[in-house]
Design a protein around this ligand. Structure first.
Ligand SMILES: C[C@](O)(C(=O)O)[C@H](CC(=O)O)C(=O)O
Length: 285
């Protein structure tokens, strides 16, 4: 794992991070040439639990997935730590654990527990002062100063844009390394967030297909002033679509033959996961 995310964010050009949810998706994304990965809590819930993103996933489950990813890729991983799984003391344990598991950047949000996906209705937020305390705890808990803390506010839906921007300002003052203003609803709101923060701190744009924020390309988001673009759940949605078609076809035809052109074959999959290199290593011993 490389932890040069701070240096990368200081350089011009938006950082585009696709969502991943296991070592397999992480390997494929790394091989596609991305500079960083976003370990999406929603996608862990969807794929590992077959469940909604409503705070059911535990600290241990995320730490486990993160450790497996970090063992297999070299690029930095931004990890979604939800609310930190509790109060400031839980946040400290979460930060230490995720850092040890290989996180380059740890995202914490100001929702009440149990949290829910930022693009679902009915969210609640903790008082800003409580979140500031949690962020300070996170920053104090870091073993490495190179580990970045990304502060997310979900307040747009609860308290409105201005209150959310004020919260973000307080989170920045508390020492957050990057800001994530969740579920901005219009291009105007996105521009307002960028006017307030761009140039002062990297601002993350969250692209959820079918969610509350208008989808824009990384190039468009960079033009607005965003420093990081994530497409967190797109991977799970693409995989869901593919698997639905694949299983329907296998059930109908009783064979994978009609899908062969849309599949990797045995050798290609083994190449992807590094089987030849592993076999060669085994021979050495
Ligand atoms: C960023 C996010 O927290 C995630 O878990 O990936 C989700 C994304 C999603 O639900 O697709 C979010 O709350 O926006």
């Amino acid at each position: 794992m490389q932890h040069d995310l701070r240096a990368r964010l200081a350089r011009p050009g938006i950082l585009l991070a696709p969502g991943v949810y296991d070592a397999f998706s992480a390997l494929i994304a790394e091989q596609a040439g991305f500079e960083a990965l976003y370990l999406s809590g929603a996608s862990i819930a969807y794929t590992r639990l077959g469940r909604s993103d409503v705070g059911l996933t535990t600290y241990t489950e995320v730490a486990d997935v993160l450790a497996r990813i970090a063992e297999r890729v070299r690029i930095p991983v931004i990890v979604d730590a939800d609310t930190g799984f509790g109060n400031a003391l839980n946040v400290m344990r979460t930060v230490r654990g995720f850092e040890a598991a290989g996180a380059a950047m740890i995202q914490l949000e100001d929702q009440t527990f149990p949290k829910r996906c930022g693009h679902l209705d009915g969210k609640g937020v903790v008082p800003a002062a409580e979140m500031v305390g949690k962020l300070r705890a996170a920053l104090d808990a870091r073993a490495r100063p190179s580990t970045l803390v990304l502060a997310r506010t979900d307040a747009v839906a609860v308290e409105g844009l201005e209150a959310a921007l004020d919260r973000a300002e307080q989170y920045l003052e508390a020492g957050a390394d990057a800001l994530f203003i969740e579920a901005l609803r219009t291009p105007e709101q996105m521009q307002a967030a960028c006017r307030r923060f761009a140039g002062r701190v990297p601002l993350l744009a969250n692209m959820v297909e079918g969610g509350k924020t208008p989808i824009q390309s990384a190039a468009q988001l960079q033009e607005h002033g965003f420093g990081i673009a994530i497409f967190p759940g797109g991977t799970a949605r693409a995989v869901a679509h593919t698997l639905r078609g694949y299983y329907a076809s296998l059930r109908e035809h009783g064979t994978t033959a009609p899908w062969r052109d849309a599949m990797l074959d045995f050798d290609a999959l083994n190449d992807l996961i590094g089987t030849p290199a592993l076999m060669a290593l085994g021979k050495k011993y």
